[in-house]
Design a protein around this ligand. Structure first.
Ligand code: F1P
Length: 395
């Protein structure tokens, strides 16, 4: 369900535009933009079904986890969307499993590898790279292999990636890869593999069952809501897009902001929800769309902030599981997931509305999300770029 009271403000805007020449052909041209990205977003239920099927036979995760001491810390290492994915997984594993998990961008590992290993006491590392080509991630994998003493799991959609030869274990999801530059289904599919593994390991039957049911729920939800979210995102453009979330939702908010920036070349930023009051609130105004990725755990404290920002003139969009009356009253628009079961089971679903919103904004700006400005599918650096790091790390 999406409730959109932005319609009032948009009716005035539309009056001005009405009669603009060639509206229908402009709409057709816009709908052709980001076609591949849209197909990949809408293919997530099928991708999750294939992930469910294949994950049953995954040996890499049970093997590396089985070799790790029960409470040994885990360090997740990645770049870009894969970094936000790794932090979402680390937050989930830390709450579901008796292990401490954290994550760092691969570049941080490149600057101070021994200090990071010392600080995190990590003896197990997970390196995530959809392309398997990102130079920073491959450099870390090689360094860890040369250093020894650390188990490494390479996670990629590229079956012929060097990650496979540099890591002690490899998990590949080729069916989840995208043709588009931006990560969408690969992000959610990899998240589900790690969630499902943890839920089964600790015997959390409710979470396992809810994750198992997700592909069918997502299929129905997308059929009912995808077009509405695309229409909502195209109705009004903003100068600034803010995404707010607490806990694991904070990392989904970071990913949402990156999707908006990558697909639509818009200015987007993410904060911990309640942190927004501590300074960033200064940007709230009529040219700002503030999207709340509402956590059930924090809803009581998060909902009053929605009304506060609405009073400052910002447009407020809430992505929540249930759009309660007070939430509907406080927000301009609400996107409801409407699913039963534990909140963790909805994290992958929570990532989808922002994917659609970013695509809609890119189209409204006449941009092609399949090939975003300035970006490539993987950041591959020249050999000599690593010179300083190689000296620093002694490899
Ligand atoms: C990492 C990444 C992507 C980003 C862009 C550039 O890629 O930063 O997250 O969207 O495609 O590369 P990968 O290491 O996961 O292949």
């Amino acid at each position: 369900m999406i409730k959109n009271v932005l319609r009032r403000k948009n009716q005035r805007a539309r009056k001005k535009k009405r009669g603009a020449p060639g509206n229908s052909s402009a709409r057709a041209a816009s709908a052709a933009l980001g076609k591949c990205t849209l197909e990949e977003i809408l293919s997530q239920p099928e991708t999750w079904r294939e992930t469910r099927r294949r994950a049953l036979h995954d040996r890499a995760l049970p093997e590396i986890f089985g070799k790790a001491a029960a409470t040994e810390p885990w360090l997740f290492i990645a770049c870009g969307s894969s970094y936000y994915l790794s932090r979402t997984i680390a937050a989930q594993w830390s709450s579901l499993l008796p292990v401490t998990c954290t994550g760092v961008p691969a570049s941080e590992m490149l600057f101070a590898p021994e200090e990071l290993l010392q600080r995190t006491r990590a003896r197990n590392a997970v390196l995530i790279s959809r392309s398997g080509k990102t130079t920073e991630v491959l450099r870390v994998a090689r360094w860890l292999a040369a250093r020894g003493g650390i188990q490494t799991l390479g996670v990629t959609c590229n079956e012929s990636s060097e990650l496979g030869t540099s890591c002690t274990h490899t998990l590949t999801l080729p069916w989840a890869d995208e043709k588009s530059m931006v990560m969408t289904r690969s992000f959610t599919a990899i998240l589900l593999v790690f969630q499902q593994f943890a839920a089964k390991l600790v015997g959390n039957g409710k979470l396992t069952a809810a994750l198992d049911a997700l592909p069918e729920e997502a299929e129905q939800w997308l059929a009912a809501n995808a077009d509405k979210i695309l229409a909502f995102g195209a109705k009004r453009r903003f100068k600034d897009y803010v995404f707010l979330g607490q806990g694991a939702h904070y990392w989904l908010a970071q990913e949402a902001a990156l999707k908006m920036t990558e697909m639509s070349s818009s200015y987007a930023q993410a904060y911990h929800t309640l942190e927004f009051r501590h300074g960033p609130k200064a940007i709230a105004g009529r040219d700002t769309l503030i999207t709340f990725l509402l956590s059930e755990a924090g809803a009581v404290e998060e909902i009053p902030l929605i009304g506060e920002l609405k009073k400052l003139g910002a447009a407020t969009l809430v992505i929540a599981n249930r759009a309660t009356p007070d939430l509907l009253r406080e927000s301009d628009a609400a996107i409801e997931l409407g699913m039963d079961g534990p909140e963790e089971a909805r994290l992958a679903m929570t990532a989808i509305p922002a994917q659609l919103l970013a695509l809609a904004v890119s189209r409204s700006k006449g941009l092609n999300a399949d090939a975003p400005r300035n970006l490539t599918r993987a950041v591959v650096l020249d050999a000599e770029d690593g010179g300083a790091w190689a000296k620093r790390s002694g490899s």
